[in-house]
Design a binder for this molecule. Structure first.
Ligand SMILES: [Zn+2]
Length: 281
């Protein structure tokens, strides 16, 4: 379906019984540019034949525009899995974060993959261009793509349509949210879930949510909680479902890692505590 002047998407439903549980709202593969001229594709989906078939059928529905490049948001399997089949069909370049370039070159062969420098632009056809912004946090090799002409950002897994994102490095992630906020997008086109029409507000909500959680973790440390389990018990509801407890613990660990990186908490072998000088804050 058409999302904005230069943006089209095919939405891939997922079986909630399998990995659909990991991707609430399914997966979006975007075509950007002018269907009567040429376009680029954002991400390639899982390595399943049925997914590639759906993406190629949508390309046919758009009138088979020439595809000049597949742009990758990050190197997780659900974003690069379809590359083999799609790159061969489109006979196009693949652009990605420089950190991901060696791995994809190994997969696709020499001369196909080119890294994208920070703020490098990619011509999409239709007289518009995307600009690459390095947005680490969900993953080291994450890029978000800004299409100023449509006021849109392709946010990969940094911002999702139907859920909050998993974060590997929270300090980098919060900086990446600031980068996206400065772009002030009207539309966010996430890797999974529904397109977001109040983009800037959603970015602010994501940042606020993480800051509130950080405040709760700091309060738990100040109140004497010292282990991840104790902090989870202090911060999360007492009746938290067992299957969410692991995710809660992971989330608390990313907050602690950020506070340690910032010198606001210290870590000993098994426990965390507030830094003696409060990290200067
Ligand atoms: Zn993903």
């Amino acid at each position: 379906m058409q999302i904005a002047r230069h943006i089209y998407s095919t939405h891939i439903e997922e079986d909630p019984a399998t990995f659909g549980a990991m991707h609430p709202g399914g997966t979006q593969i975007y075509f950007v540019g002018d269907p009567s001229e040429r376009m680029v594709v954002v991400d390639s989906g899982e390595p399943y034949r049925s997914w590639a078939r759906q993406i190629l059928a949508y390309h046919a529905e758009l009138g088979r525009p020439r595809i000049s490049a597949i742009l990758i948001t990050h190197g997780h399997g659900d974003h690069i899995g379809g590359l083999d089949r799609l790159q061969e069909s489109f006979d196009c370049e693949v652009r990605c974060h420089p950190r991901l370039e060696p791995r994809l070159t190994h997969q696709l062969g020499p001369g196909v993959v080119r890294g994208l420098a920070e703020q490098e632009t990619v011509d999409t056809g239709g007289d518009v261009a995307l600009r690459a912004w390095h947005t680490p946090g969900h993953e080291d090799d994450h890029i978000s793509y800004h299409l100023p002409d449509d006021g849109a950002v392709f946010s990969g897994d940094t911002i999702l349509g139907n859920s909050s994102s998993s974060v590997r490095n929270l300090k980098q992630y919060m900086e990446s949210l600031e980068t996206l906020a400065r772009l002030n997008p009207g539309i966010l086109c996430p890797g999974h879930g529904q397109v977001i029409r109040n983009g800037a507000a959603r970015i602010a909500w994501y940042a606020r949510h993480r800051n509130e959680r950080e405040g709760q973790v700091l309060a738990a440390l100040a109140g004497g909680a010292g282990t991840v389990d104790e902090i989870v018990a202090a911060v999360y509801p007492r009746d938290l479902a067992d299957n969410l407890r692991g995710a809660a613990a992971r989330n608390v660990r990313t907050h602690l890692q950020k506070l340690v990186e910032e010198g606001r908490a210290t870590e000993s072998s098994a426990a965390y505590d507030l830094a003696a000088d409060g990290g200067g804050r």
